[in-house]
Design a protein around this ligand. Sequence first.
Ligand SMILES: NC(=O)c1ccc[n+]([C@@H]2O[C@H](COP(=O)([O-])OP(=O)(O)OC[C@H]3O[C@@H](n4cnc5c(N)ncnc54)[C@H](O)[C@@H]3O)[C@@H](O)[C@H]2O)c1
Length: 298
Amino acid sequence: MKNITVIGSGTMGNGIAHTFAQYGFTVSLVDVNEAALSKGLQTIANNLDRQVKKGSITEQVKADTLANITTYTDLTAGAQNADLVVEAATENPDIKLNLFKQLSDICGEDTILASNTSSISITRIASVTKKPGNVIGMHFMNPVPVMKLVEVIRGYSTTNEVTSTIMALSRHLGKDPVEVNDYPGFVANRILMPMINEAIYTLYEGVAGVHEIDTVMKLGMAHPMGPLQLADFIGLDVCLAILNVLHSGFGNPKYAPCPLLVNMVTAGSTGVKSGNGFYKYTPGSKELVVADKFNGES
Ligand SMILES: NC(=O)c1ccc[n+]([C@@H]2O[C@H](COP(=O)([O-])OP(=O)(O)OC[C@H]3O[C@@H](n4cnc5c(N)ncnc54)[C@H](O)[C@@H]3O)[C@@H](O)[C@H]2O)c1
């Protein structure tokens, strides 16, 4: 396996491209948006600089990594020679189904088609391709170059051979892959999202404030960050979308998103990316300040 195509140059796509390129793969990074490609390359360069400063890589590795990445806005040009495609485009079923349908025509019949989706069924994505056995979930965590886990998701038809190849490849990238089956939320989000939702309910019902809830979970459970801060980092819109997948996929009311979460997303308070969530975020400031809404100030 030599040629890797990464689709989507956002938060996850640039991290995935960075990781494969650093390990010597030839990476084609594809995005519909030219600006996203430039921003993705800039982010990769900045993150490589940080690695050089920390002494974890040399200047030469940085230069080689950047030289291994070519960008494309045209899907055919970017994917036609791929041995593996890792799709990390926007979390929207229509976008992903459309991409996989096209990839199935563009790529060779041995190409493995992987998705980094957080919640969309791999079995459903595979169903629009000609070779569903070659479709698999490769769920990297954010930030990709740093986080060790890859949740490898076997769709209903994914073959043993494809699964073994992706497990071995993940280990080759210095990751610790874990194999799971394709049911709503897989493992990571099926367990994480109900915890985040419960933390939001705890706030909504007035049991405790933002700071108090996060402090209990940090100091009491040794979590590196509280669930409300984590939700802000993931994006409250993303959390809501995943809870909706769990709720509709299992038909169980225990996954129903908290009305406060729904309200916040509707109002545009989506967490770090919007500057406001359970906390407020000022560019350049590392101080954790509870949002006015939850501070009795609005
Ligand atoms: N952000 C996270 O913490 C995280 C963690 C794990 C998995 N994921 C999953 O990774 C995927 C990407 O998430 P993200 O946070 O990087 O999103 P993002 O919004 O940062 O980036 C998505 C990129 O996809 C591009 N795109 C949209 N449609 C496209 C198309 N048809 N062809 C090519 N590019 C297209 C957009 O222009 C954008 O640059 C999603 O499936 C998400 O669920 C995200």
